[in-house]
Ligand binder design. Structure first.
Ligand code: PMP
Ligand code: GLN
Length: 384
């Protein structure tokens, strides 16, 4: 393993899912739904396979049907206009979009400012690109993890190439407010920075939270690479359909890297996700409502079990503080949890450079059946 990757072992998600499999514990670690998405979308994939649509290499940027549907979605929801031919790129999940964006846009030695805790692939991809990550820590404030805008400003130097943001935010569930995003945008314009924004949880927002794509803010469309994924919104994480929307110059750059990572993404699923993007609004409302109920079920269960809970405004993760249980080391806690309670969770510290900041926090996924969440809550209640 080369020096750039030497610090990266097996991802925590694979490690914790293996632990769940080995111990038979309920897996609230890795974020994947235990129920598949809409049947009609699965049928659309089957039809594409049968009809021979996408069984041979699809076009490099993605099939036109999907690119058109992505552009229409950005227009309909956010009033953002993207040309499907020059400003949309289909990728193998958001993971490839992140990798291709960083490999395409970061020069060796460039600094990339990222919100901490950060999704694990950011660190590895910044390293593969030869960049240096500069984390800005989100800290608990009034029941949510919030960004300190002064710290963000202070993190930008002459070497900063881009800001890598994520909203709704994994693992904290924070949804950046319009005001926070406006401050980030202002900084990007002032310091002439690119912004790569991971918005895979764009549809998973609850209560009065609103997802604002930073590309909608003044001066941002031309400097922003927006990333999303079908995995989260339609509960087909195994299909690995993701995408990028950006200006022609930025899409061309990302596509140049993507060509040599996967060349193209799997064909038949692209046709199915084109149909998924065009589902009526009720689909998205029902998805949110279902997850909100699950969030409340798990969050209440965790509170009863003695955790201090950060009830998330978005995503399907809830972060909890273990200190009220008399614990302080999330790693040790998560390693012993299968044996003590028959549940698997993720120690948030893996998403931090400043590990001590993340030490007392653990993440539980609630994209699971209600009976599974109830059973997990009951098991966790036995911890006290
Ligand atoms: N970004 C974030 C913040 C995520 O949580 C995930 C989750 N899996 C991804 C990217 C990767 O998405 P995909 O499965 O589409 O590659
Ligand atoms: N994004 C998912 C999570 O945060 C996992 C994806 C993966 O395993 N790479 O749990």
């Amino acid at each position: 393993l080369n020096r750039r990757l030497a610090a990266f072992g097996t991802t925590i998600f694979a490690e914790m899912s293996a632990l769940a499999a080995a111990t038979g514990a309920i897996n609230l670690g890795q974020g994947f739904p235990d129920t598949d998405g809409p049947e009609e979308i699965r049928e659309a994939a089957v039809r594409a396979l049968r009809d021979g649509r996408g069984n041979q290499y699809p076009p490099g940027p993605g099939v036109p049907e999907l690119r058109t549907a992505i552009a229409a979605h950005q227009q309909r929801r956010y009033g953002l206009t993207y040309d499907p031919d020059t400003e949309v790129l289909v990728t193998a999940g958001a993971t490839e979009a992140i990798a291709a964006s960083l490999l395409a846009l970061v020069e060796p030695g460039d600094e990339v400012v990222a919100l901490e805790p950060y999704y694990d692939s950011y660190a590895a991809c910044i390293a593969m690109a030869g960049g240096r990550r500069v984390p800005v820590t989100l800290r608990p404030h009034d029941g949510a993890f919030r960004l300190d805008l002064d710290e963000l400003r202070a993190a930008v130097t002459d070497r900063t190439r881009l800001l890598l943001i994520n909203t709704p935010h994994n693992p904290t569930g924070t949804v950046l407010t319009r005001e926070e995003l406006a401050a980030i945008a202002e900084l990007a314009v002032e310091r002439d920075l690119l912004v790569v924004t991971d918005e895979v949880y764009e549809h998973l927002v609850f209560d009065d939270a609103v997802h604002v794509p930073i590309a909608t803010l003044p001066g941002m469309r031309e400097r922003t690479v927006t990333i999303s994924s079908a995995g989260k919104t339609w509960s087909y994480t195994g299909w690995k359909v993701g995408w990028v929307t950006a200006s022609p110059a930025l899409v061309t750059a990302v596509r140049t890297a993507k060509q040599f990572l996967t060349y193209v993404s799997s064909g038949p699923f692209q046709y199915a996700i084109a149909e998924a993007l065009n589902l009526p609004e009720d689909y998205f409302t029902a998805l949110r409502e279902d997850l909100r109920a699950k969030r409340d079920l798990l969050a209440t269960g965790l509170e009863k079990a003695g955790f201090a809970v950060f009830r998330p405004a978005g995503t399907y993760f809830v972060t909890a503080d273990i200190r009220p249980l008399g614990e302080s080391d999330g790693f040790a806690f998560c390693r012993s949890l299968p044996e003590r309670a028959g549940v698997v969770a993720i120690p948030n510290a893996v998403f931090y450079d400043h590990r001590e900041e993340g030490a007392p926090f653990v993440r539980f996924a609630f994209c699971k059946r209600q009976e599974t969440l109830r059973e997990a809550a009951e098991r966790l209640a036995g911890l006290r």
